[in-house]
Design a protein around this ligand. Structure first.
Ligand code: ATP
Ligand code: MG
Length: 376
């Protein structure tokens, strides 16, 4: 994967922005990070994070759009810790990464509200990923908050004036909404936001072990970065392959086969993968051998990740400290952005005028008011 080049959607009008380019991306604290996160977003985060000022959001307000029970919320602390450890384990340098908890930056909610007048309901209703999320969460009707998911994501991105957003395919349409909103704000009021570039993952959507189009925490079809070798092997051996293939002697299909999608993404021995694919097509290899080699390849990939994870986990105070300092730093940035937005929109001007007027013409207090009324 390291040999692949980055695809960056060009921005016609980068607009104003911070001097150092900024990256913002992150995950909902609904569980630990998995292989899908790695190829969809984490690999790009690792490659880019030292070139940018890099903000990583623990998106607990986004979690509420489909998961809002007391239990879900109570799990945020543990899940956030696991996610940050996973991020450090894959190679993010804590000295170059600002991790923050979304709900601890309340100004994000204000930005969300200010931006929500810049997008229409039909525009949001046309986004297929939102319908998929509602379906996967077992919702019969679209929750109001879920329809607004892309607007809240735009608020996260624009809150730190990010210029780059590395995300997986299910999230690409949301970044497009953020780009539209940024342009619209800049045109309607005055240029405040850079138009953020979408950075595509190496694999736009890694399938689940059950053959579904997307590996996802919520679908129970994931191989986690922290899974131990035996667990990885167990999950791989049960993986969905070519359903038409009834035995090792039957020619099989490689394209669209999740086992080969994983080989392509994680096996560091391309000659082995090419040989297995050729024998699979010819009906000359059993599923078991293809899967054994895949489990071994994933475990080779995960071994150094887990070694780094254990080293970071041994330092118990590290993750809370990173989240607290990162959140405080982010909040200061976001407060500046809110002030810029209010100023550009003229919202501060109205109140300033009221204040000036209030000082010129003192308002009688309530008691005086009664007296005035009696003398009418
Ligand atoms: P949930 O089920 O709670 O929505 P998730 O597994 O979909 O969890 P998110 O936190 O929603 O994970 O996604 C975080 C980032 O990882 C997003 O940029 C998303 O596009 C990317 N991503 C998640 N799953 C995959 C996948 N299977 N393939 C590629 N990218 C993925
Ligand atoms: Mg998701």
């Amino acid at each position: 994967m390291s040999g692949q080049t980055l695809t960056i959607t060009p921005t016609a009008n980068p607009g104003p922005g911070p001097v150092a380019p900024r990256m913002l991306t992150g995950d909902r604290p609904t569980g630990r990070l998995h292989l899908g996160h790695y190829v969809g977003s984490l690999a790009n985060r690792v490659r880019l994070h030292k070139r940018y000022e890099s903000f990583f959001i623990v998106a607990d307000l986004h979690m509420l759009t489909t998961k809002n029970s007391g239990q879900d919320i109570a799990a945020v602390r543990r899940n956030a810790t696991e996610m940050v450890l996973d991020s450090l384990a894959v190679g993010l340098d804590p000295a170059h990464s600002v991790f923050f908890l979304q709900s601890a930056v309340p100004e994000v909610a204000e930005i969300n509200l200010l931006l929500s007048s810049l997008v229409t309901v039909p525009r949001l209703e046309r986004i297929p990923s939102l319908k998929e999320m509602a379906r996967d969460a077992g919702k019969k009707e679209m929750p109001f908050a879920l329809l607004g998911y892309p607007v809240l994501q735009a608020a996260d991105i624009l809150a730190v004036k990010a210029t780059a957003v590395p995300v997986g395919r299910d999230n690409a349409a949301h970044v497009e909404v953020a780009r539209e909103i940024a342009r619209r704000f800049n045109r309607r009021y005055r240029p405040v936001f850079p138009v953020p570039a979408l950075i595509h993952g190496d694999v736009p959507s890694l399938p689940g072990t059950d053959g579904q189009a997307k590996m996802s925490k919520s679908l129970g079809n994931a191989i986690y970065l922290a899974d131990q070798p035996e667990e990885v092997r167990r999950k791989v051996m049960r993986m969905y392959t070519d359903p038409a293939r009834t035995g090792p002697g039957v020619p099989g299909t490689v394209e669209g086969n999740p086992v080969f999608a994983y080989h392509a993404a994680f096996n560091d021995r391309p000659a082995e993968v090419a040989g297995l694919a050729e024998r699979y097509r010819a009906g000359k290899v059993g599923d078991a051998e293809v899967k054994e080699k895949l489990a071994a390849a994933i475990n080779r990939f995960l071994a150094p990740v887990q070694e780094r994870r254990a080293a970071f986990a041994a330092d118990e105070g590290l993750v809370p400290e990173l989240i607290v300092t990162g959140t405080e730093r982010t909040r200061r940035e976001v407060q500046r952005t809110v002030a810029d937005m209010r100023d550009a929109m003229g919202l501060t001007a109205a109140f300033t005028e009221f204040r000036r007027h209030a000082r010129l013409v003192p308002v009688p207090n309530v008691g005086d008011q009664c007296d005035v009324d009696q003398h009418r």
